[in-house]
Design a protein around this ligand. Structure first.
Ligand code: M6R
Length: 610
């Protein structure tokens, strides 16, 4: 979603802002802009489309300034065009604002301001903020106070950065619902929606919390709350490196991230396995582990791919830890008055830790007294900070919009939580040791699966022109079917559906003809024989059959047109292996269709609006 960067210091901010915006491209956007203030001049440059276009414009203009803000916009109110792009400015072009989030009462405020003579250029909700701040400036308040007074009038969510020609020694930033981080340098400071935008310049950061406002100058920063009281903030050192957020020689981030999975899966369990005891230890939840183990019920809430991981978690926890488990779309959970008891545990899964619906669901669960644990990838993200305890998945930065390595790392963490609870309940040490052993051997098995890349690329060539796909699996492989279908549709724009294999005959079977590729996720597990019957049903109707099967399965080849054979593991961990060929299949189909794999149309990496 929208990205924010701001700079104040002694260097020319233009290349810093442009490079920062390039680092934010992965979030998804449709227009970009920069506002700078220098030597009594103020200038905005913006356009629809790519940051590279903005870069060309800036080069032609040869601008220089020590103070500036930049933005990538993901349209919510008003079509993507130059006028709706940020920054927005007041009528005298002296006050610039960039905004992430949604101002819900913008219509009312806009009307009031129009009655007072304010003229609106854009169709955005964001523009009301700049005129509202301007109104307070004209009443004689300084910039900081004017921003505070304006924010008091708005309902909605925001992460904003504001600069003003008459106070060129500061950036004002404020947050409610949209992440912001202050970056600290030497005689220079930064504001950003995401650390990747400023990582090239500093690793010292301060995370703003909701309701906080920062006054940032080149050699200082002050954070205040809504009541204007100064707040002492902790400075964090970020461990992410620039290499981790680069493509590292791969043609796309998605491919790099798929290929990184032997390492990311290893990192997600590093130091967390106790082979001698056949169990796991998770430092982040050690203080609440008794409450977790004694939960009467576990609810897992998430969106998208993280929701699919949650579904696998349900199978794991109910099978091994024997605690009733429910999975909830975060967007539904928050609005349907859910029954939550004090002896429930709510697990909140989010790669970014910033998804608006998931964050709101987490707050709802917390307010109702449940134990709320976060499972996040991004260190220092809002969900990670606001959950009562949690476990990082340690997948490393995930830049491709399509989630890949975060999914497999989420599954590893869910298996560790399951193992930990199950061993405290009734799982034997011998069974626990088998799972630990299987976990330890996952990275090598993933390496073997990745060697099938060329074979999967051939399959992609064969099926790239299909208009529809069905993905079918049973038990643990049903969520994998959903995830395989989601991967394909989000980056290749091919319509794809995932179903529990047996459900096919209750409707989707009507779709099957010789044009319909059907991907069966059919490892040799407890559901195998039943899945084979479902394969026969598709075969009888002429569907084009592809199977993800176990390497020792010699029977399946005669039933399907194409097979991808992969190493086996224990049932609970199989989704970690079976999902990887599906990631590669989606990737290669999208590449062959010449689509923008890392930034698919209309999608954002981190969905920070409802
Ligand atoms: O950051 P989160 O895990 O909370 O994100 C949830 C979804 O938006 C995300 O998984 C989305 O579905 C991805 N594009 C899937 O590839």
């Amino acid at each position: 979603m929208c990205g924010i960067i701001g700079y104040i210091g002694e260097k020319n901010c233009v290349p810093i802002l442009i490079n920062g915006l390039k680092r934010l491209e992965y979030r998804g956007y449709d227009s970009a802009g920069i506002g700078i203030i220098a030597n009594g001049n103020s200038e905005i440059v913006k356009n629809k489309g790519k940051v590279s276009l903005l870069e060309h414009k800036m080069k032609d203009l040869q601008l220089y300034a020590n103070l500036g803000i930049g933005h990538t916009r993901w349209a919510t109110h008003g079509i993507p065009n130059e006028i709706n792009a940020h920054p927005h400015s007041n009528l005298s072009n002296t006050l610039f604002l960039i905004h992430n989030g949604i101002i819900e009462n913008y219509r009312v405020i806009k009307k009031e301001l129009e009655n007072q003579g304010y003229h609106f250029k854009s169709d955005t909700d964001s523009e009301v903020l700049v005129h509202l701040i301007d109104r307070f400036l004209t009443l004689g308040f300084d910039l900081c106070k004017s921003v505070q007074l304006a924010l008091n009038e708005v309902v909605g969510t925001y992460g904003i950065a504001v600069i003003y020609k008459d106070e060129p020694d500061k950036i004002i930033a404020a947050r409610k619902g949209s992440p912001l981080v202050v970056g600290l340098g030497n005689n220079e400071n930064f504001i950003a929606s995401d650390v990747s935008a400023i990582l090239a310049h500093t690793k010292q950061v301060v995370y703003l919390d909701d309701g906080e406002l920062a006054v940032i100058s080149k050699d200082n920063f002050i954070v205040k709350n809504i009541s204007d009281i100064e707040i002492e903030k902790e400075v964090h050192e970020i461990s992410t490196t620039l290499e981790e957020i680069d493509k590292g020689g791969y043609s796309h981030f998605m491919l790099k991230e798929i290929m990184e999975q032997p390492e990311s899966v290893r990192n997600s369990m590093r130091g967390r396995l106790l082979p001698e005891d056949g169990t796991a230890k998770l430092g982040g939840i050690s203080e609440v582990v008794d409450r977790l183990v004694n939960s009467k019920r576990i609810i897992i809430t998430a969106c998208g791919t993280s929701w699919h991981a949650a579904l696998v978690g349900e199978y794991m926890i109910e099978n091994f830890a024997q605690i009733p488990t429910e999975i909830e779309y975060a967007s539904e959970f928050r609005y349907r008055n859910p029954i939550i008891n004090k002896d429930d545990t709510v697990l909140v899964i989010s790669q970014s830790g910033e998804t608006a619906d998931t964050l709101a669901a987490m707050r709802e669960a917390k307010s109702r007294g449940a134990l709320v644990l976060g499972i996040c990838n991004v260190v220092g993200s809002t969900i990670a900070r606001e959950s009562m305890a949690g476990v990082y998945i340690h997948a490393g930065p995930e830049i491709g919009v399509a989630s890949t390595k975060a999914f497999t790392a989420q599954l590893v963490v869910l298996s560790l939580i399951t193992l930990l609870i199950a061993r405290r309940k009734n799982l034997s040490m011998a069974e626990g040791k088998k799972i630990v052993e299987a976990l330890n051997s996952l990275p090598d098995k993933i390496t073997d699966i990745l060697k099938l890349n060329d074979r999967i690329e051939q399959l992609a060539e064969k099926f790239k022109d299909a208009n529809n796909f069905l993905y079918l699996g049973r038990g643990y492989q049903f969520p994998v079917a959903l995830e395989g279908a989601l991967k394909l549709k989000e980056i290749s724009y091919i319509h794809a559906e995932g179903y529990p294999a047996a459900e096919m005959k209750h409707g989707p079977i009507a779709l099957i003809d010789e044009n319909m590729p059907v991907v069966f996720i059919a490892p040799k597990d407890s559901a195998y024989d039943k899945v084979v019957s479902n394969i026969e049903e598709v075969r009888a109707r002429g569907g084009r059959l592809i199977a993800i099967a176990s390497e020792n399965d010699n029977d399946i080849d005669r039933l399907v047109d194409d097979t991808i054979k992969i190493p086996d593991t224990v049932e609970m961990l199989r989704p970690i292996l079976t999902s990887i060929p599906l990631q590669l299949l989606a990737y290669h189909i999208a590449v062959k269709k010449e689509l923008n794999v890392d930034q698919p149309r209309n999608l954002a990496k981190s969905v920070t609006v409802e």
